[in-house]
Design a binder for this molecule. Sequence first.
Ligand SMILES: [Zn+2]
Length: 416
Amino acid sequence: MTSYLIVNARVFDGSGTPAVPAEVLVEDNRIAVVAERVPDERRAGAEVVDGGGAVLMPGLVDGHAHLGFGSTVEHTSNRREPEEEKSLLIAHCGRVMLDHGFTSCYSGGNRMPQAEASARKAFAEGWLPGPRLRSASWEGSAGMVSPGHYDFPGIDNRESDPQSIRDFVNAMADLGVDIVKVSLTGESAVVAGTSRVMQFTEEEVAVAAETARERGVWLTAHAHSAEAVTMAVRHGIRAVYHATFADDEAIEALTEARDRVFVAPTPGIIWAHLNDQEHPATEGMETQATFESICRVAPELYKRGVRLVIGGDYGFALNPIGRNARDLRLFVEWFGLSPAEALRCAHEFGGQIMDMGDELGLVREGYLADLLLVDGDPTQDISLMEDPANFSLIMKDGQIHKLDPDRRRDRVAAGG
Ligand SMILES: [Zn+2]
């Protein structure tokens, strides 16, 4: 058995309560002991990591990332690579996420779902570095044309076609994805003025929900408009992305469903558009309206106990993988959460959106050993999370992905 003893750290357990001095013993892939001092008989033989007064916290969980868009802080994708290269980029994105402290990722959609499912396997089996992954389908849109086809024509000029969405959900379930993603609205940042245009009929969404239940996959809705948010809730869709223009009724619907729904308000991509000097946002992109509305909606949802998760559509060239922790800062600066509350969205709620809330997302005895040591106090200064140079330890599933050599101490002698 491999064991690690982390000493001289303050433990932020991921639930939002303040960090407290504690030692943590990891045995194999689980947190075995969290205590003021781990008893002598348990310490024997453990490799020691000196926390150096840093904060020890759970690994981060991103609830809305796109490994398939292929751009990271190390590499910019032109989105036109051959399929084989795109597959490699998915793996590349996973490694960059892990380097930045993200030990889990709930995918926001991938136009190569089979490749993403393979990446999930590779990361889980440990032969490629990457986060625990919930893998997703491609993003189904009106008419179900083909992966990567985004034109958002809406429902006005076509017949309702429930069979097409049943076939889609079944085909994706056959590939073994965890999540089927449907774009209930368009996206103004991609096609001007479509964020509030419905892309599926009530009947189609009902069939998607029914098929997903039959096949044991989760649904995620891309939903900017109030109408789309309430429709998602009405049909039991598990994750709602954006929720930008939620009105009182939509906020109330999410509130009533708060025990079964997660919301990713996705500020990161808005920030990226607002700060894109090269391509300033055009009127049709609705960037300013999106920004203003989500800054009203997200705090309201949080106040009502709706579980928000971080994840800002990272993966685009202007919003690359590796910047994911910016969402934590935007949860504080834009939505008014405290740093500890923002971290809870990435930890406790992150574990829950992964459907592993009883073993992931907290520093607790029996939980999986996904851990970060962060220099400084991120519960005071959340921006510390954006620079991986502050992470002296990144551990996933009890395996060290990164350890600052200065923090390595001699093994505790066997027998005490
Ligand atoms: Zn997305």
